[in-house]
Design a protein around this ligand. Structure first.
Ligand SMILES: *Cc1c(COP(=O)(O)O)cnc(C)c1O
Length: 220
């Protein structure tokens, strides 16, 4: 079971240094996560609030990323635990993040989740909705900083089939990065998972979210 070190090394060989590797730790124990941290992982991603709360005190110091759908009533539990929320896809959610961040006296970094392929099964907003949502957030919420975009591509055996979605998001990222605002500081283009991260990097990703290729298949 201890291929974690080798797996991380393999991924690091395939990615440039400027691409941040976020280890996706859903379903993994704190012990497994700590092993990954011992192998150099600095950032971990969870998709459920419950799992963050269960593991938080047992995991060594690391940056936590909320990468899954976030319900407004759960924002309060993680606001001071995560360093980046990847999955903001509504004004309602942004409003709650702003309120909870204000209560804690902090400014929360967020990404907007875009459902580039417009799959019914996935969260995220449409490409054309992205700029209006960002402008609403910037105009209304002083405790949020908009740091970039995230997408989950459709699953395809052949990752070449999703290259077009990554390219589309990169182009949107570049155009929105030119918005001048003190709370817009585009840094992260979060795209690419185990099956498609090499294509995502070729298309401009600088943050990949990898679970299976580090820890092996998940048993739910
Ligand atoms: C599970 C998950 C990942 C990682 O998936 P793998 O295919 O195991 O690398 C990435 N992003 C999100 C949002 C996830 O839920």
């Amino acid at each position: 079971m201890d291929n974690i070190r080798e797996n991380i090394a393999k991924i690091n060989e395939k990615k440039p240094d400027n691409v941040l590797l976020v280890a996706v730790t859903k379903t993994r124990t704190a012990e497994e996560i700590n092993r990954a941290i011992d192998c150099g992982i600095t950032d971990i991603g969870e998709n459920k609030v419950q799992e963050i709360l269960e593991k938080y005190e047992y995991v060594k110091p690391v940056r936590w990323h909320m990468i899954g759908h976030l319900q407004t009533n759960k924002v309060k539990y993680i606001i001071d635990k995560v360093s980046l929320i990847h999955s903001v896809d509504s004004l309602k959610l942004a409003k709650e993040i702003n309120k909870r961040a204000a209560n804690k006296g902090l400014t929360m970094d967020i990404l907007i989740q875009v459902n580039v392929a417009e799959e019914d099964s996935k969260y995220g907003i449409k490409v054309e909705e992205t700029e209006p949502l960002i402008k609403e957030i910037l105009n209304n919420f002083e405790h949020i900083r908009v740091r970039g975009l995230m997408t989950i591509a459709p699953f395809e055996e052949n990752p070449e089939n999703v290259r077009k979605y990554f390219r589309q998001l990169k182009s949107l990222f570049d155009s929105l990065a030119t918005i001048k605002h003190e709370r817009l500081d585009f840094k992260y283009l979060s795209m690419g998972m185990t099956n498609d991260y090499e294509v995502a990097i070729e298309e401009g990703s600088n943050l990949i979210r990898i679970g299976t290729a580090i820890f092996g298949e998940r048993n739910y």
